[in-house]
Design a binder for this molecule. Structure first.
Ligand code: ADP
Ligand code: DP6
Ligand code: CO
Length: 336
């Protein structure tokens, strides 16, 4: 695996290009202890996927007055550009460079639809920018850096199942791999549109206004302990049960914010019901959803295709598995 700063690969012609995949949390991150440094209220655990990649190219431009950010071929302004510039400001501060950058990115997943585009997006950006500006390219450093762009991005640096330690400061808050049994996810895309309220804003609102928030944080810590034990034991059933109940608790605490936020659509609930009906028939499937209406169903590899067939009526269905961590790659023609 080529990492930032180790070789010419990924840095052709003054441009560093990286690819990262989204991750779907089995124990969710929802709430920050420190928003400036992006420390989560609790640890979390997820599966980095082998599909829906983000590819990002970073080209330094010493003569430019500001950063530019293109996403899926379109120049970005406003919040999206500001978020990239704030992230690059941190990279510049650490590298001692003042050069602005052209950032070109392509998301294969819909952006802002609860399929973790901020995770793949900032993991790819952290990896490419570290190579371009000469920052360390080891996984722990990249995970800490990616976290500053989007918390969930800390986990997309790591392949397969990973735990993001809450930590007690910048140095200790990063993700690392966790051995876990083989599993697949059936992704049911019910709506690709951008969510009405970003994860960042809704998380802030939940922490500030939900009377259930302290209980949610405490229950996440318990779920993470139980999940780590289940992964260690290779206990798929326990992993699945914790995943589904924990996801529903997250959506409950989000709905209890003031004003309330609801990410699950009627079709999302119908998928949860269909998954429950599958279990009644002896098929082990467990549903989860991030901050959006799209549902991810955790299954054993041997049952993935059969479960996908059962869920086709609810939306576009795709079977995914554990994927690679963020990596430098050769130039991507879609970004030229
Ligand atoms: P999601 O569920 O897709 O993670 P979020 O609300 O967490 O939704 O984040 C969406 C935001 O993440 C976008 O509006 C944009 O600011 C940022 N983002 C998404 N993709 C990229 C990318 N490839 N590069 C940089 N930033 C990105
Ligand atoms: C529901 O990482 O997108 O997907 O840190 O503010 O960028 P910011 O939020 P983000 O939140 C992810 C929330 C989640 C759960 C998870 O991925 O753990
Ligand atoms: Co996100």
């Amino acid at each position: 695996m080529t990492r930032a700063g180790t070789a010419a690969n990924g840095t052709a012609g003054g441009t560093a290009t990286a690819r990262a995949f989204p991750n779907i949390a089995l124990v969710k991150y929802w709430g920050k202890r420190d928003e400036a440094v992006m420390l989560p209220a609790a640890g979390s655990l997820s599966l980095t996927l082998d599909a829906y990649a983000t590819t990002t190219a970073v080209t330094l431009d010493a003569s430019a007055a500001s950063d530019r950010f293109e996403l899926n071929g379109e120049a970005q302004a406003g919040d999206r550009l500001r978020r990239v510039t704030r992230f690059l400001d941190l990279v510049r501060e650490r590298s001692g460079s003042t050069a602005r950058a052209l950032v070109r990115s392509h998301n294969e997943a819909p952006t802002g639809a609860g399929l973790a585009s901020s995770a793949s997006g900032f993991a790819a950006l952290a990896t490419a920018a570290s190579a371009a500006y000469g920052l360390p390219g080891d996984p722990a450093s990249l995970s800490r850096l990616a976290r500053r762009g989007s918390g969930s991005a800390a986990r997309s640096i790591i392949p397969g199942v990973s735990v993001w330690h809450a930590g007690d400061g910048d140095e200790t808050s990063f993700a690392e791999p966790v051995p876990a049994p083989e599993m697949r996810m059936v992704i049911v895309t019910v709506d690709e549109r951008q969510k009405a309220i970003s994860s960042r804003e809704a998380m802030r609102l939940t922490a500030l206004t939900s009377p259930f928030y302290p209980a949610w944080v405490a229950s996440t810590e318990q779920s993470l302990e139980a999940m780590l034990e289940a992964c260690r034991d290779g206990d798929f059933t326990r992993i699945g049960r914790i995943t589904e109940s924990h996801a529903l608790r997250m959506h409950a605490v989000i709905q209890s914010a003031d004003p309330p936020v609801r990410y699950l659509a009627p079709t999302s609930i119908a998928v949860f019901d269909a998954v429950s009906a599958l279990r009644d028939r002896g098929v082990e499937a467990y549903a989860t959803a991030d901050a959006g209406p799209n549902v991810c169903v955790v299954v054993r590899p041997a049952e993935a295709e059969a479960v996908a067939d059962e869920l086709r009526g609810f939306g576009r269905v795709r079977v995914v598995g554990p994927g690679a961590g963020a990596e430098l790659i050769d130039a991507d023609p879609r970004l030229s």
